[in-house]
Design a protein around this ligand. Sequence first.
Ligand code: M6R
Length: 611
Amino acid sequence: MPNGEIFSLNLIYGYLVMCGIVGYIGNRQAQPILLNSLSKLEYRGYDSCGVAVQGSAIEVYKDAVRVQELKQALPRLSGRLGIGHTRWATHGEPSQINAHPHLDCSGKIAVVHNGVISNFQRLRQQLTSEGHSLVSETDTEVIPHLIEKHYQGNIEKAVEAALGELEGSYAIVVLVAGEPKVIVARKDCPLIIGVGDGENFVASDVPAILDYTNRVIYLEEGDIGVITKDSIKITRGKIRVDRQEHRISWSREDVQKASYEHFMLKEIHEQPKAIRDTLGEYVLSTEPLIDLGLILDPNLEDLSILACGTSYHAGLIGKYVIEELLGIPVRVELASEFNHCRRTIPSTATIVLTQSGETADVLTAMKKLLEAGIRTLVITNVPGSTASRVADQTVYIKAGPEVSVAATKTFIAQLMMLYQLALSHPGVNRRICERLFAELRQLPAKVQQVLDNEHQIVDCARYLSEYDDVFFIGRGINLPIALEGALKLKEISYIHAEGYAAGELKHGPFALLDRDTPVIAIVAHDNTYGAMLTNIKEVKARKSPVIALADEADEVIGQLADLVIRVPCVSSIFSPVVNAVALQLLAYYTARCRGCPIDFPRNLAKSVTVE
Ligand code: M6R
């Protein structure tokens, strides 16, 4: 039964924005908890941040700095109740005045907000004409002023009335001087409540609260919550509602860097576990079994896959795998293209790949599918995410929390799920299936081998870090890996990189090849092998340095390429896994050589909640 009814159909024809919001109420000092929680949400935006703490009055500190810098600059704010925000600017540049929290005229009502108030211009004019003085360029600032306008002694009623005037999207936390509670509300932006003993937490996402509790309530569309240290009251349309409490299996260690310099490196190294956990959930010892009722329909004639970015590359590999094993056509669509350029619905069933489950382009595409009555299966990493609640069916990859903006272990876990999905279909030849399943179970060890040999990649990275332009070339099932390798390199090292079908270089890009443009060639031992060797010779003839990614058994490649990165031998169908891990490491170490801020690359955020 589709969950569509809980998916606000107002969702996203406008824009959603990132930003992380947090709140705390309890017996402990709020300031350190707010700052710690905010530091876990910087993947949602990090151009400015701020906190408001309620002591005898509300004190607000904010600036256009990262959370760590705010932490150092802050005086000690005494209070056991507070809210915080880390911003990804939309309305108004990153600055102290535009940072959240925002206050009303009296300074007694503080608000943090994630989302966009689409009618804020009109509201602002109206509020100004009524004597309110608004100081920032943000859309958010109208919210505390509206609450102030409606406040007649009952803050809950005032928030409700203010929300009634807002158009657009929001997750908000409201703090009022003298009131021992926070008010929360959401529409089209995620918001969770962390349940503690004698204390409660609010956050945009689970990692923010894992240091304190693993008990979580996901607010639904239109919910308004009143939270004290001992109680949580949720209403929807003035009617009291019960929201189930969930236990989160992610641990606090999962969202810490441990001894690694960056989350990205830690997450790359967690991939053998991510594979085991994702397979372990569904694979029985002798028989593949995955609950994919929707897709297991024996009469399934075609399938489409929708996704963005790295998830899209996983989808492209899924296409090869499913077409090869099931013999049905698969269309892979970029959600952003599907939303604006396609009138026709691609097929009768759709797999949606989104690690975060919050990508705006994907959610808009899902809305379109829902309206057309198309069945959707979401593959995501985040329990309770919007996509998981919209889909007909959801399966979870078990990658654990991924903090670094660059997707790594979620990509590999997505591949695992796609392999299982294809191999679980009754149409697949059982003998082939058993052989491939046996090999699938060996993949954690194969990936571990790539990780154990990372020194060879460090050398190549040092070499690559000197260049400004790079091509990645692949063929067949490794063409998406060329695209993914280029995406990874450009997003964290800022080197211009293009992923290309090896056979296409001669149709244009050859014009760019010279000794200053290295080419990274993914060499697979399948029916593309001979053609790829020819391509490498063509590239060498244009004087481009070649770094080849080849398996250990390849005795020829060393004579053709300038540098070779060796990966373990696996069947061609699984070669994207070991190749992807090697290219993640290559991107990581290249970015490190160049001194880039690897986990938080400029202009990017982990959940892309803007269209
Ligand atoms: O959460 P999603 O899988 O829907 O995210 C899609 C893309 O935004 C994401 O894969 C992005 O391309 C990554 N930063 C790539 O590393």
